[in-house]
Design a protein around this ligand. Structure first.
Ligand SMILES: *[C@@H]1O[C@H](CO)[C@@H](O)[C@H](O)[C@H]1NC(C)=O
Ligand SMILES: *[C@@H]1O[C@H](CO)[C@@H](O)[C@H](O)[C@H]1NC(C)=O
Length: 364
């Protein structure tokens, strides 16, 4: 009986489906605020603030205390461990602030990328030790979903078989542990945009990586209806000197996903991977307008590309908080429209809409 396995019991299946469905409610997506202390520090530094716990708390407070109507465009917020335990000035836990608005809190559970010894600058992601215990605790604290990021790199010899298989396997173990603790796993695979490859190569790599991923999820009996995928969009490498129009990006992305991601998966929540705020909205809109059958929700789980204007507008000043919150609501609205294929390019003006947001390193 090599294929013998019990799927989760009915109750657990229903709970996972219910969470995943809520996250992909039409017109809604996820705001990711799970930057590590170091990365959040870089954001703060960019507006002249010191990387202290109080400044990080102040910044996250600004995001989470935006007007309640933001919940019409945002279904979930992904938190970092430190943020999960922080409170507003009035002593209300952030988790409670989000829950009260009808926003589902989630938590980043991986412990970052580490080099694969002997490879050409490739990575796997660590954090499986004690993951079940941590997930159980996070569930108790009010989280309903989790995130784990793996990153792959395109070059002449990469991604290697070793990196593809290892990352697919670690994501499956992560997903399995999350589901056992009643958290919906967001399975993040970023094929990072660095390199001078063309778009065809990026698409083929995406298909290879995702097919290995879903084989591995299958081998580990992951209950797909209770998962979400967070991939990048397919583009030519950023050193290729080639810019693709949104329709090209959209077609390559949807083709790669159609060829590899089963319809049982309720949603694909794209990361913005260095695109500007406006680019990520326009590309998501184009993805939702590809004239092919798309049996999953195609929405957003954006971080940097929903925070650039907020940060710039805020600049660390109390009297700018309200305007910065308006910037957040504007991007949420733009991406909400894009997720149902109804965003008109340029129709939402933000103070940093067109700024490029590439990260310096693989691990952020
Ligand atoms: C986004 O939120 C606004 C309220 O701010 C709401 O009017 C709009 O319908 C929402 N968008 C979608 C596509 O649901
Ligand atoms: C892109 O442009 C830069 C600067 O002009 C050049 O050095 C580089 O070789 C070009 N890359 C490709 C892949 O053509």
């Amino acid at each position: 009986m090599t294929t013998f396995f019990h799927y989760p019991n009915k109750e657990l299946q229903e709970e996972l489906i219910c969470i995943a469905r809520a996250l992909v409610t039409p017109g809604k997506g996820i705001l990711t605020v799970d930057e590590s202390t170091a990365v959040c520090g870089r954001y703060l530094q960019s507006i002249g603030l010191e990387n202290t716990e109080e400044n990080r708390r102040n910044y996250r407070q600004l995001l989470f205390t935006s007007e309640a109507k933001i919940a019409e465009n945002i279904s979930g917020v992904l938190l970092f461990h430190e943020t999960l335990y922080q409170k507003t000035d009035d002593g209300v836990p952030f988790v409670e602030v989000l829950r009260k608005k009808g926003i589902i809190p989630g938590i980043k559970v991986d412990k970052s990328c580490v080099p694969l010894f002997g490879s050409e600058d490739e990575y796997t992601t660590q954090g499986l030790d004690d993951l079940a215990t941590r997930c159980a605790q996070y569930k108790k604290e009010g989280c309903d979903f989790a995130k784990w990021r793996c990153a792959l790199r395109i070059s002449k010899n990469t991604p290697s078989h070793q990196a593809i298989i290892e990352n697919a396997n670690v994501l499956a173990r992560y997903a399995s542990i999350c589901q056992s603790q009643r958290l919906v796993p967001i399975i993040e695979v970023e094929i990072i945009p660095n390199g001078d490859h063309d778009m065809d190569r990026a698409q083929k790599v995406m298909e290879t990586v995702l097919s290995a991923l879903y084989k591995s999820l299958h081998d580990h009996h992951i209950f797909l209806e209770g998962t979400l995928l967070r991939p990048n969009m397919v583009t030519a490498g950023k050193d290729s000197n080639k810019t693709n129009i949104p329709q090209e990006i959209a077609m390559a992305t949807v083709l790669a996903i159609r060829r590899t991601v089963p319809p049982a998966v309720p949603g694909v929540m794209f990361l913005s991977g260095g695109m500007s705020e406006e680019e990520s909205s326009v590309n998501l809109h184009a993805i939702n307008n590809v004239p092919l059958c798309k049996p999953w929700a195609l929405s957003f789980a954006f971080g940097r590309s929903m925070q650039a204007s907020v940060l710039k507008c805020w600049s660390g000043r109390k009297d700018n908080v309200q305007n910065a919150q308006i910037e957040l609501i504007k991007r949420a609205k733009a991406n909400s429209l894009a997720s149902i294929g109804k965003y008109v390019a340029g129709s939402v003006e933000s103070v940093a809409a067109n700024e490029k947001l590439f990260a310096e390193s693989i691990d952020y």
